[in-house]
Design a protein around this ligand. Structure first.
Ligand SMILES: Cc1cc2nc3c(=O)[nH]c(=O)nc-3n(C[C@H](O)[C@H](O)[C@H](O)COP(=O)(O)O)c2cc1C
Length: 199
């Protein structure tokens, strides 16, 4: 589930919220899963991965991850990202482009405090995306961290939120005979310019 805080009343956001409700009513699984593509300057390649979108605060879209991970390094050197959502239950794709940076430390702390001990133990113990010798090593690190945790354990600096602010949305809705509807919203200064695209 995505938590909406101070929901934006701008056009693409109203449209997004109405589709999100429709997807929930149609029992869409993994409704919070979004694919985030980033560019690695070092390798000259684009990489995509799913993350769970946790909040939309006004126009700020927030998920959580490891700040030393490959994605974090890519966001640092190239802050423009491409984000995709597909909700098959309502045959809808949402495509976004935006700029990404770290969420405020206050917001990350608050979110960390609200999570289960197990989730936090994993966040603390995992050197995300680093190569290891065996899965046992991961499990051992996790259990050791879990045992050492107390109610005073705080969020480590290397884990927290990422916020992206979309400047482009495309809502694609599949219809019979491939008469698919594509509605684009592009930000221009304080407004959103709306266009329709051919299928
Ligand atoms: C549905 C789904 C949701 C995921 N959510 C997250 C998430 O919220 N945060 C995260 O760090 N990784 C999440 N992952 C794992 C990422 O896809 C990825 O494997 C990991 O973040 C490492 O990515 P990187 O090496 O590009 O940094 C999720 C995977 C799936 C399939």
């Amino acid at each position: 589930m995505i938590e909406f805080i101070n929901p934006s009343s701008e056009k693409p956001y109203i449209h997004f919220q109405s589709l999100y409700q429709e997807a929930l009513e149609n029992n869409q699984r993994g409704v919070e899963a979004i694919s985030v593509s980033s560019y690695s300057q070092e390798k000259s390649e684009v990489e995509a991965r799913y993350v769970n979108l946790k909040y939309i605060v006004g126009n700020e879209w927030i998920f959580f991850s490891n700040y030393n991970s490959p994605k974090a390094q890519q966001f640092e050197s190239h802050s423009q990202v491409s984000v995709l959502i597909f909700w098959p239950s309502i045959n809808t794709q949402i495509r976004m482009k935006g700029f990404i940076s770290k969420t405020s430390t206050e917001f990350s702390d608050k979110h960390f405090k609200g999570r289960t001990k197990e989730k936090n133990a994993l966040a603390i113990s995992s050197n995300q995306s680093q190569v290891i010798d065996s899965f046992d090593e991961v499990a051992e690190n996790f259990h050791q961290t879990l045992r050492a945790m107390t109610s005073d354990t705080v969020r480590p600096d290397f884990w927290g939120g990422f916020s992206f602010f979309p400047y482009y949305f495309e809502f694609w809705q599949g219809h019979e005979n491939r008469l698919n509807k594509r509605r684009v919203f592009e930000q221009q200064e304080d407004d959103w310019i709306e266009r329709l695209l051919q299928p």
